[in-house]
Design a protein around this ligand. Sequence first.
Ligand SMILES: NC(=O)c1ccc[n+]([C@@H]2O[C@H](COP(=O)([O-])OP(=O)(O)OC[C@H]3O[C@@H](n4cnc5c(N)ncnc54)[C@H](O)[C@@H]3O)[C@@H](O)[C@H]2O)c1
Length: 242
Amino acid sequence: MTRLAGRRAVVTGAARGIGYAIARRFTDEGAAVALVDVDRNRAGAALAGAPAVVADLADPAQARAAVDEAADRLGGVDILVNNAGILLMAPLLEITPDDWDRAFAVNVRSMLCTIQAAVPYMLKTGGGKIVNMASMGGKVGSPGQAHYASSKAAVIELTRVAAMELGPLGITVNCICPGYVLTEMGAATRTPEMVTGWTAKSPLGRLASPGDVAAMALFLASPDGDYCTGQAMNVTGGMIMH
Ligand SMILES: NC(=O)c1ccc[n+]([C@@H]2O[C@H](COP(=O)([O-])OP(=O)(O)OC[C@H]3O[C@@H](n4cnc5c(N)ncnc54)[C@H](O)[C@@H]3O)[C@@H](O)[C@H]2O)c1
């Protein structure tokens, strides 16, 4: 339980769901974790003892300031997990430019900003680990999510180019492509038929838990993942295999 002993980690979107599971798992493994989220009430109460930083990561200035505040409270940054994201659903012909821009601002531009802010802290100790949350949808989208899926495809390519540029500086950059994870995201419109249909796509016969995704984040953020960079790791229960 000490795979991240002495590490200082910033996890975005950590007030609930997958981000919370990552923050808790990292804490269990000995890391000092700062939670960044737009949800002031839940971020503050999510993890006892962990600093909570409130920010709307769609705003570049807030995204950068959130990393600076987290670094200040942790005494540095060794690990950055860019997990915050929003799911938008609309038929292709009804997606507005504002919806499109919102998906990209929250889901991918925020990552550019937090990476730019976090790298100087990582360089103080000679390197670091960056884990971005993409999606199965970034490889194989579904009808009704053109803006979401496109933003997640952009996360995958941001990850690859960042890995090329930051590898020589001692920083690995990877992303995770979860399949269908049972969280509050999408819960409002989730039907039993949808759950049955998605479950049937997995050879393992079940949907993902947040803990399944947190386990991959731990691997990539720990020394076990030292020789992995630029990868888009599927945690889909085999729903997709490339
Ligand atoms: N749930 C799934 O099936 C699934 C599948 C693939 C990928 N993902 C991705 O995993 C990540 C986490 O998803 P989840 O299921 O835990 O979602 P969730 O909605 O339960 O949690 C997302 C968190 O991000 C925060 N957030 C949203 N917008 C923000 C902003 N502008 N600034 C700061 N914080 C913000 C929310 O307040 C929330 O705490 C997302 O990037 C999502 O796209 C989820």
